[in-house]
Design a protein around this ligand. Structure first.
Ligand SMILES: C[S@@+](CC[C@H](N)C(=O)[O-])C[C@H]1O[C@@H](n2cnc3c(N)ncnc32)[C@H](O)[C@@H]1O
Length: 397
């Protein structure tokens, strides 16, 4: 166990042990499991996974803080950026949020749309975790007037009927179960999770199947060189299928993904030879995915070139790709900050706003580590803010 991490309470430990027991039984019955399956179980096992068991802790008292948790400014900027698209598409336009977390984004975005007179017909939330859904429901029911709350609908699967509007996801791609791979003797191996003689979890490399090997070879071809033996990293071979599933029916509109990550040649830098996988436990980031399964958030950074390819293959063009700081500045942050500052009740509230802007935009906070990628389809003249299109760095992909 990484020694500098806070010790869990007895209940937490028992919770993690229950998940560990299930994992041991699974591995004993069917043999070693791919790391991606292990990650999926740690995050989403009903009742026990990090996102499905009431253990997820967003915000200052929890395990990590996301941009919507810092205050209303992030959601107001996103709303400002996509309002012209909703306006253009008219009354039938919907807004679909993937992975709504605590509901903070939905609360602030709906208020911003209402203030601007650009409310979507429906505000759909696709949230796989039953526990988070319940938390979102409680928060939004308490925070929103009935007229706004009435527009919110939780859906179990992506829309299958054609629709138009805006699809938004903050820090969702980093939570998709990642495949870990390595190279041995020039061959691609996939990382599995096995048990040692005493029932402890253990990493084990096995020859990769055609899907994983093909995805790794595609990255090598795109980079123009082979990975060195021993190089280890993550990849999402399922990303094009996932994208097709979540966005295939969006006939006209935009998609906005915000996440931490890099363009491909920065993601797979030779010196990043053990990948980007991180675990988060009570604001401590560490690298041991076997530490207290179910109590830690597990994430991998996003290869934005792969995301662009997945969007393209689902029929979308990349409209803009830029660091979060530039995205927010081009999406009205200065004016939105000034307005909030002028309305702030006291000095403490003004200080919080200033801190929020710093955390959202400073390069060593979220400003440069997080990227925003906008896709569009079915709209001829894209009505996005001109500053946003001007700040596009899509040429780096
Ligand atoms: C790191 S949290 C981010 C939450 C929120 N977007 C925020 O910024 O605070 C990841 C969220 O994505 C959800 N999620 C994971 N896989 C998903 C999927 N395949 N589709 C939609 N949401 C997913 C999780 O349940 C969780 O709500």
């Amino acid at each position: 166990m990484p020694s500098r991490l806070p010790a869990p309470g007895a209940d937490e430990l028992a919770h993690s042990e229950r998940l560990l027991l299930q994992l041991r039984e699974l591995i004993a019955a069917q043999g070693a499991i791919p790391f991606s399956q292990y990650m999926e179980r740690c995050l989403y096992t009903p009742g026990l996974g990090y996102y499905s068991a009431g253990t997820t802790k967003f915000g200052a008292a929890g395990d990590f803080v996301t941009a919507p948790e810092l205050g209303a400014l992030f959601a107001r900027c996103v709303a400002h950026a996509v309002e012209p698209v909703l306006g253009l598409l008219g009354e039938g336009a919907d807004f679909l949020e993937l992975g709504g977390g605590s509901g903070a984004f939905a609360e602030h975005a709906l208020a911003a749309f209402a203030a601007a007179g650009t409310l979507p017909r429906r505000y759909l939330i696709l949230e796989p975790s039953a526990d988070l859904r319940e938390r979102q429901r409680e928060r939004l029911a308490a925070a929103l007037p009935a007229g706004l709350y009435g527009r919110v609908q939780w859906i179990d699967r992506p829309p299958e009927e054609d629709w138009q509007g805006v699809l938004f996801a903050n820090e969702v791609i980093d939570a998709l179960p990642a495949t870990r791979f390595t190279l041995r003797g020039g061959e691609v191996y996939e990382e599995y999770v096995a048990l040692d003689g005493e029932g402890r979890l253990l990493r084990q490399d096995r020859p990769a199947d055609a899907l994983v090997a093909g995805a790794v070879r595609h990255v090598e071809r795109d980079l123009g060189e082979a990975f060195a033996d021993g190089y280890r990293s993550e990849i999402l071979p399922q990303l094009p299928y996932w994208m097709q599933a979540v966005a295939g029916a969006l006939r006209a509109g935009v998609m906005l993904f915000v996440d931490y990550g890099y363009v491909r040649r920065e993601f797979y830098l030779p010196e990043r030879g053990d990948g980007t996988l991180m675990a988060h436990y009570r604001h401590h980031a560490h690298g041991d995915p076997f530490h207290l399964p179910g109590l830690n958030d597990l994430t991998a950074s996003v290869d934005f070139t792969a995301l662009a390819e997945a969007g393209n293959s689902a029929g979308f063009g990349v409209a803009a790709y830029l660091p979060q700081a530039q995205f927010l500045l081009a999406s009205g942050l200065p004016a939105l900050f000034e307005a909030a500052y002028a309305e702030a009740a006291d000095e403490a509230a003004r200080y919080r706003l200033a801190q929020e802007v710093r955390r959202l935009t400073l390069p060593d906070r979220m400003g440069e580590r997080f990227q925003a990628m906008l896709f569009a389809r079915g709209i001829e003249a894209l009505p996005l803010p001109a500053e946003l299109l001007a700040a596009d760095q899509g040429g780096r992909l």
